[in-house]
Ligand binder design. Structure first.
Ligand SMILES: [Mg+2]
Length: 435
């Protein structure tokens, strides 16, 4: 009986940039016809991937996307999201943060990367000593003088298309040895799934040539372009806007400082090295938008203008190492109504906020500062406290705080600390002002 190879791939818990892992499950062909729901959950040792402690180390691989694996015989690739042993999304699981059930958002990611020579520790095409000729001739180049690594790029394109990924194009990029592929999908999760599978396939193709894929956003310092993952996006509102004002309204949702920070938090590590205001970028701490402006944070493509102000936008800030799930989740969240302090899903996506007490429903900025003054300045301390203790702090602050009921606050904080964002969000939806 023929055997089928299923390559389960997932993202580990490496910080600040998660890395792909994979292992093969062999199944009988009699039990498998190529469908996702025929792929069982599987487990792995999370203590070896920075996703669990050694004492309780099993994490769960939950299949979310399947495609053929043209690089192996009788094989499929199974993209998985990681669940904790309790069945809830693991804190490293960016896919779980996508709030896009209706598939109304479409994404086109432009994934740039650099093919890297292990021997010289430089991009393909760079001499062992010094630098090649300055940038200019490499972008969309042809010929051995300027194009380096095409055999890998071509093989990767074919294997992606054979697998059924919706790759829309490839091109040589501005720096020698730098390339790009583009993937479009309707639905944020699908776009993220396909980018991750394409990254996996590129790693594997390049591995056979003993070439490294360098995903870093600024692999060569100095006057060399960095690598981005421009995120083109639209929803029904943008696609049918027929209005300049609608485009400006959506762009302006990205402008507040706390939104800039929330975006940059998930737009890839070391982005300050790339978003300098040079090399077709806007500076990392600034926000701007403009028609056809490649120096803006968000570019309004000429297409959208000429299409009667209907179409899509391009956020140029996400970098080549960013997690497309988190990028898409963030863009959707901003467009759907922005960020509010105390939003648990936001915190789950942007883990650095776990000391934001306002994640607990019922704690506003005023009460958060009261608690902080009383020495309760982290969610861990709130979770270790009791409603009675918190009530004392509130009562001491005056009559207007005495009416607040902190009954659920320690338990809410506990869920936040444990990274159980979905559970917390569900509970908060049922709570009324934290009561
Ligand atoms: Mg590009």
């Amino acid at each position: 009986m023929a055997k089928i190879k299923l390559e389960y791939i997932w993202l580990d818990g490496n910080e600040p940039t998660q890395v792909l892992r994979g292992k093969t499950k062999v199944v009988d062909s009699s039990k498998f016809s190529g469908k996702l729901d025929e792929c069982p959950q599987w487990s792995f040792d999370g203590s070896s991937t920075q996703q669990a402690e050694g004492s309780s180390s099993d994490c769960i691989l939950d299949p979310v996307y399947i495609c053929g694996d043209p690089g192996r015989t009788n094989a499929h690739i199974v993209m998985c999201q990681v669940l904790s042993s309790d069945g809830f999304p693991h804190p490293s699981n960016g896919r779980a943060m996508i709030n896009d059930d209706d598939g109304d958002f479409w994404f086109g990611f432009e994934q740039e990367y650099t093919l890297w020579d292990k021997a010289t520790n430089k991009p393909l095409g760079f001499p062992a000593k010094g630098y090649p000729a300055p940038q200019g001739p490499y972008y969309c180049s042809v010929g051995a003088k300027n194009a380096f690594g095409r055999e890998i790029v071509e093989e990767h394109l074919d294997i992606c298309l054979d697998a059924g990924l919706n790759v829309e194009g490839i091109n040589g990029e501005v720096m020698a040895g730098q390339w790009e592929f583009q993937i479009f999908a309707k639905g944020a999760a699908s776009a993220g799934d396909q980018i991750w599978v394409a990254r996996y396939l590129l790693e594997r193709v390049a591995e056979a040539y003993d070439v490294v894929v360098n995903w870093h956003c600024k692999p060569v310092k100095g006057d060399w372009n960095g690598s981005g993952m421009h995120a083109n996006f639209s929803n029904t509102q943008l696609r049918t806007a027929n209005s300049k004002a609608v485009f400006e309204e959506v762009c302006n949702k990205f402008a507040p400082q706390h939104v800039i920070e929330a975006c940059i938090a998930v737009y890839g590590a070391d982005n300050e090295q790339r978003l300098t205001g040079l090399h077709e970028t806007q500076a990392i701490d600034k926000f701007s938008y403009g028609v056809s402006d490649r120096g803006a944070s968000i570019r309004i493509p000429l297409y959208s203008v000429q299409n009667g102000w209907s179409g899509y936008l391009e956020d140029r800030r996400p970098n080549s190492e960013a997690d497309p799930y988190k990028v898409a989740a963030t863009i959707i969240k901003v467009v759907k109504g922005g960020f509010e302090a105390g939003d648990a899903v936001q915190a789950g996506t942007y883990g650095s906020n776990v000391d934001d007490l306002t994640i607990v429903e019922g704690i506003g900025p005023k009460i958060a500062s009261l608690l902080t003054e009383a020495g309760m300045d982290t969610l861990i301390e709130v979770s270790n406290s009791t409603p009675e203790k918190i009530k004392e702090i509130l009562a001491a602050a005056g009559k207007r705080y005495a009416t607040h009921n902190p009954g659920t606050w320690p338990k809410q904080a506990e869920l936040a600390v444990a990274g159980k964002w979905d559970e917390l969000k569900k509970w908060q939806d049922e709570l009324d002002g934290g009561k």
